[in-house]
Ligand binder design. Structure first.
Ligand code: FES
Ligand SMILES: [Fe+2]
Length: 441
């Protein structure tokens, strides 16, 4: 863990801590051979959207590695090291073939697994063809995204699915623009944001006004209530609750950190809640899964899957509403200053946030827990073990995000009411955990 700056105890004392603390090398670096990079490489990661793969190869950079991704004319996806193994020309200028891709410079042809299929200028009998390989990574296409496994081949886990992915009542959409959503900062500070539900009351309500497009009838005052926050470690990560009093009900906003770089959130329930007759509670369907994949130490790309309930009248969202403008770059500097959003807050922490100059408080418990899980995962990989969150038995894993509104009378005093709000939140956590099959291994 980073040594933290002491809190300054004197006015006008910036001079005494002008030195910038170093980054956490083990945690924040993502390149090949770095502890954090090796950890992330143990999981299948989304690296592109299927729709990006047309008739030209696409150059991408993932975890500090330059790669080229393409769909060959047989329809198979290839993910190869960008520099041709012959003399290093970039395969982004290559020609897509029936099988694989052909380098533009001297025509060497590589299959999607890296096999050298053709070396046209070399003698027919040569040491390359059928014997040597271009660097390649295995891929899987799933729900419009291309996932790659970039870790050690002998440690490759089965592709991890969540229960929500396999729900037959759900349609899928892609929640990011073609090519993903780019943020010029380290992946971990983009992730910190999910284990930090309290920021929503400030950044997305009292500071910048309402920034969510699916607030379903809430006022800025209701959204600006910081509420009662709680964090629980689960089989898959951290479940984060913020519970707030809204009229004669308690609204529990529930977000989830899923190991190692995923956020899972639900739709926000309508106000007033359309409780079915005889019921006192409404739990919402899932909204989205979003991956934050490092491009390198100082850049991150986001990919998302958005869920639409089929024949589900509780489904209030449409795909564009998920694309928060304030979660993106490209706004004017003045606009960003006047109504900062997630993008500005995350990128504003610097290319790689310096944990040594942070001063974590009570509402940073989720962030601290998430980082502990990542640190422990890194240590497990260094010991030669599987990190938490990886599973090898092919089971469908549960995700727990469960945004809910429950009827609950007000307490007689503010303190009593806070206790009621918190009790509902804790009760829902237990109920959620009990209701999901624990198929994790
Ligand atoms: S550099 Fe690619 S074939 Fe020569
Ligand atoms: Fe946010």
């Amino acid at each position: 863990m980073a040594d933290q700056h002491r809190f300054l105890t004197e006015t006008f004392s910036a001079y005494t801590q002008a030195e910038v603390p170093p980054i956490e090398e083990n945690l924040q670096r993502v390149g090949p051979g770095t502890p954090g990079g090796e950890y992330l490489r143990r999981f299948w990661q989304p690296v592109a959207q299927s729709a990006m793969l047309k008739d030209l190869p696409v150059k991408i950079r993932i975890m500090g590695e330059d790669l080229v991704i393409f769909r060959d004319k047989l329809g198979r996806v290839g993910l190869l090291e960008m520099h041709c193994t012959h003399r290093g020309t970039s395969l982004e200028f290559g020609r897509i073939e029936d099988r694989g891709i052909r380098c533009c410079y001297h025509g060497w042809q590589f299959d999607i697994d890296g096999a050298i299929l053709d070396t046209p200028a070399e003698p027919e009998k040569n040491p390359y063809k059928g014997k040597l390989y271009q660097g390649a990574y295995p891929t899987i296409e799933y729900r419009g995204l291309v996932f790659a496994y970039m870790g050690p081949p002998d440690k490759k886990p089965p592709f991890r699915k969540f229960d929500i992915f396999e729900n037959p009542d759900i349609d899928f959409g892609l929640g990011e623009p073609l090519g993903g959503n780019l943020k010029p900062c380290n992946w971990l500070q983009v992730m910190d944001n999910v284990a930090d539900p309290v920021h929503e009351a400030f950044l997305h309500a009292s500071i910048s006004g309402i920034q969510f497009t699916d607030t379903n009838g809430r006022t800025v005052e209701e959204l600006a209530d910081k509420g009662e926050d709680d964090y629980w470690e689960t089989d898959v990560g951290v479940l984060c609750h913020v519970a707030r009093r809204v009229k004669e009900a308690v609204w529990v906003r529930s977000m989830e950190y899923v190991i190692p770089n995923i956020i899972q959130i639900c739709q926000m329930p309508l106000l007033p809640p359309p409780f079915a007759s005889g019921e006192d509670e409404l739990t919402m369907p899932q909204l989205l899964t979003r991956w934050r994949v490092p491009i390198d130490d100082e850049n991150t790309i986001e990919f998302a899957l958005v869920y639409f309930g089929r024949n589900d009248e509780r489904n209030y969202v449409s795909a564009p509403s998920i694309a928060l403008a304030t979660n993106r770059g490209g706004r004017s500097y003045e606009e960003a200053q006047r109504t900062p959003g997630d993008y500005d807050a995350q990128v504003g922490q610097g290319p790689i946030a310096r944990h040594g100059r942070e001063h974590l408080g009570r509402t940073d418990r989720g962030v601290a827990l998430m980082r502990r899980i990542v640190r422990e995962g890194i240590e497990a990989v260094e010991r030669g073990e599987d990190p938490k969150g990886l599973f090898r038995n092919g089971a469908i894993a549960p995700v727990y995000a469960n945004e809910t509104i429950r009827r609950a009378s007000r307490g007689a005093t503010p303190e009593e009411d806070r206790a009621i709000v918190r009790r509902v939140s804790h009760d829902l956590y237990r109920k959620t955990l009990a209701s999901r099959p624990r198929t994790w291994a």
